[in-house]
Design a protein around this ligand. Structure first.
Ligand SMILES: Cc1ncc(COP(=O)(O)O)c(C=O)c1O
Length: 371
């Protein structure tokens, strides 16, 4: 059987053995619930969760009590909207700003608020000729959603300058960063960025599905959006005494196995970031095919393209039939495809498991399909 060439890291990363081993060991040898037990095994799980939280905090230069475990980036992005709309001062807010490189998960919760009449207006940041957010174009707004790296274009945005400009225009702006793709390729420093919220998913950094990170800068400023076990110090029929962050944000049982896998995943990713030379090589080779139109820049972390006369889904299916896994379609990024006037594209995205040989074989197959 031919080997599978997995070039779909931006959808979800393959898991290094260190992650699989840690999770299997936990399930086989040390499993218990966290935050509930008083036996040694349960407190050992509490320690594992605390260690994972500290490691995530260090990874993005946050404090451990600013790190909330969610089920993924989409969950985090929806929760942010739910958190903000519960705050008493929310009623004075009227605008949110987005950009056309957003993933559906970042913008749809806000568009839905607007359709329901709970926020007045959607504003837009402008994109330059590379489809990067122009920091000078950031409008004066109450809420700003920033996609730190598009899942179609793979270019790191200047989050620092974007937020600084937004704060110049409105010192009370609430800034939300979707770092789902960025986190795989570049070091994040939430203190330097000065963002209020940031999210990413575990599964894209080599950890498991079902766990995500929500960073909240002023984690004790907000009233929580979810209620249940493990988040209240005292409750009566008429009163609620909340724990401080992070406990107040984590009602119910956490995805423990997935949380345990976060630390090895981060350790591994920091030593084995994707090799962007592979993308540059793919760019140089694909550029020679006259029917291929590359949509990304040579220095991007991802390569997306379209083929003259072929639907992206057909190209993706033909590559799949040759054991090459790529993503094709609109990739939950309708707005950027609409801007480019195309229904979708084909995306090559890499992880540390990919080699130059994978790229060469993929180019050969593309050149056979697209003559
Ligand atoms: C930029 C971006 N934001 C958000 C998401 C949503 O991530 P998840 O499906 O893990 O919640 C993705 C997933 O592809 C993404 O690429």
């Amino acid at each position: 059987m031919n080997k599978i060439i997995y070039l779909d890291a931006a959808a979800s990363a393959q898991k290094p053995s260190c992650v699989v081993d840690v999770e299997m060991d936990f399930l086989r040898k040390s499993y218990a619930n966290s935050g509930r037990g008083i036996c040694a095994r349960a407190t050992a799980v509490d320690d594992m969760v605390a260690t994972a939280r500290r490691r995530v905090a260090e990874f993005i230069n946050a404090d451990a009590n600013q790190i909330v475990f969610t089920s993924g980036a989409t969950d985090g992005l929806n929760r942010i909207v739910n958190i903000l709309t519960r705050q008493p001062w929310y009623l004075q807010m009227s605008t949110f700003a987005v950009s056309d490189i957003d993933h559906h998960s970042a913008r749809l919760p806000w568009q839905e608020l607007m359709y329901d009449g709970h926020i007045r207006e959607m504003l837009k940041c402008e994109l330059d000729e590379n489809f990067d957010i122009n920091p000078d174009s950031v409008p004066k707004t109450d809420f700003l959603i920033i996609t730190a790296m598009s899942n179609v274009l793979g270019r790191a945005q200047d989050v620092c300058a974007i937020i600084a400009n937004a704060r110049n225009k409105n010192p009370n702006v609430v800034t939300i960063v979707d770092a789902s793709q960025y986190v795989v390729h570049e070091k994040i420093d939430v203190k330097k960025w000065d963002c209020d919220f940031l999210v990413f998913s575990g599964h894209k950094i080599g950890a498991d599905t079902g766990v995500g990170i929500l960073y909240i800068r002023d984690a004790d400023r907000y009233f929580p959006d979810k209620f249940g076990g493990g988040m209240v110090a005292k409750v009566t029929d008429t009163s609620l005494n909340l724990y401080t962050s992070p406990d107040k944000w984590e009602a119910g049982t956490l995805p423990l196995t997935q949380i345990v896998g976060l630390m090895p995943a981060i350790d591994y990713l920091e030593k084995n970031r994707p090799n962007h030379d592979l993308i540059k090589h793919a760019y140089d080779e694909l550029a020679k095919n006259p029917r291929v139109k590359i949509l990304t820049t040579r220095d991007a972390a991802i390569l997306s393209f379209v083929v003259d006369g072929m639907h992206p889904l057909d190209v993706g299916a033909l590559l799949g039939a040759n054991n090459i896994c790529v993503r094709a379609g609109n990739m939950c990024a309708s707005w950027i495809h609409a801007r480019m006037g195309i229904p979708g594209s084909i995306r090559i995205s890499i992880g540390s498991w990919n080699t130059m040989d994978d790229i060469n074989k993929t180019i050969d197959v593309i050149n056979k399909i697209v003559k």
